[in-house]
Design a protein around this ligand. Structure first.
Ligand code: HPA
Length: 294
């Protein structure tokens, strides 16, 4: 058992600063730990946010590694996040899947939050799909709306690329003009149409959480051009583009933004709505991945 009393390893300090230049050595250790267990080379990577964890059950020939068994990774604490790295085949395509993710609100340093995405690249993935649950800023969208992310606002006040750069991973000044791949967005829409699942498109606003927004903040982020607001994803996208991965993302809108309905927001409401619509998005993603190489 990892980190139990019989485990000689000290617990991971999730708050420890990790600079870009620290990442290659950490990724070496992570890659070794994965390669001790499987030689599968993924084409595609997925981060499964709230409501989508079940997609992991569709993997075949799967190798499952709890976060805490990977060097430098703490166990997951977020509700609805299993905290496992999985390698297997999804719709026949070699895939690496993060079932759950690391959030800033858990106290994780931004350099740790992005490590799964950097590891995906190390393992051979070329494409990453980021999913999440989010609040709706666009007043036309109700709970259960699925939004393909076409751009983002990083309002976390954080950046995982501060400090000495690791040129072996990516450039000092990554371009984010096409952060959210047009090619992959078109493929997501094609997969949605084929599955009869409506997909909208819009801008994701990323914050640290853990509180939900105030109504005034929701009005502000809407006026900034945001369509959905959540507590993840933006740092992962930045890191993926830094490392040269092609990125796509989908938000499950689980609730109207704070203040729109006059009712308070609860975590339970978010998880229930995500679980209800998650299977529809899972269908879209299975098809999307299966047709990726076509
Ligand atoms: N705000 C931020 N994060 C969220 C929300 C929200 O309204 N719903 C689900 N995740």
């Amino acid at each position: 058992m990892p980190n139990s009393t019989s485990d000689p390893r000290p617990p991971v300090d999730r708050t420890q600063p990790i600079r870009p230049i620290d990442q290659p050595a950490r990724l070496d250790a992570l890659e070794r730990a994965v390669r001790e267990r499987t030689d599968l080379v993924p084409v595609v990577a997925l981060v499964l946010g709230s409501g989508l964890g079940g997609l992991a059950d569709d993997l075949t020939d799967v190798v499952s590694i709890p976060f805490a068994d990977l060097p430098g990774w703490p166990p997951a604490t977020a509700p609805g996040h299993a905290g496992r790295l999985l390698l297997g085949r999804l719709s026949g395509v070699p895939a690496v899947v993060l079932q759950g993710r690391m959030h800033m609100y858990e106290g994780n340093h931004p350099g740790l939050v992005i490590q799964p995405v950097l590891l995906f690249k190390r393992l051979g993935a070329r494409v990453v799909i980021l999913t999440n649950a989010a609040g709706g800023l666009n007043p036309d969208w109700g709970p259960g709306t699925l939004m393909v992310i076409n751009d983002h606002l990083n309002l976390t006040g954080q950046n995982p690329l501060l400090g000495a750069n690791a040129d072996s991973i990516g450039s000092r000044f990554p371009d984010l003009t096409d952060a959210w791949s047009k090619r992959l967005r078109a493929r997501l829409h094609a997969a949605g149409a084929a599955e009869g699942v409506p997909l909208h498109e819009g801008v994701y606003v990323g914050l640290t959480g853990p509180n939900y927004e105030t109504p005034a903040e929701v009005r502000l982020y809407r006026s900034f051009g945001g369509d959905a607001v959540g507590m993840s994803t933006v740092l992962e996208c930045i890191a993926a583009r830094w490392a040269g991965l092609e990125v796509a993302g989908v938000s499950i809108i689980t609730n109207a933004g704070a203040g729109y309905t006059g009712e308070p927001l609860t975590e339970e409401e978010v998880l229930v709505a995500a679980a209800a619509i998650g299977p529809n998005l899972a269908r879209v993603l299975r098809r999307f991945v299966g047709e990726l190489e076509a």
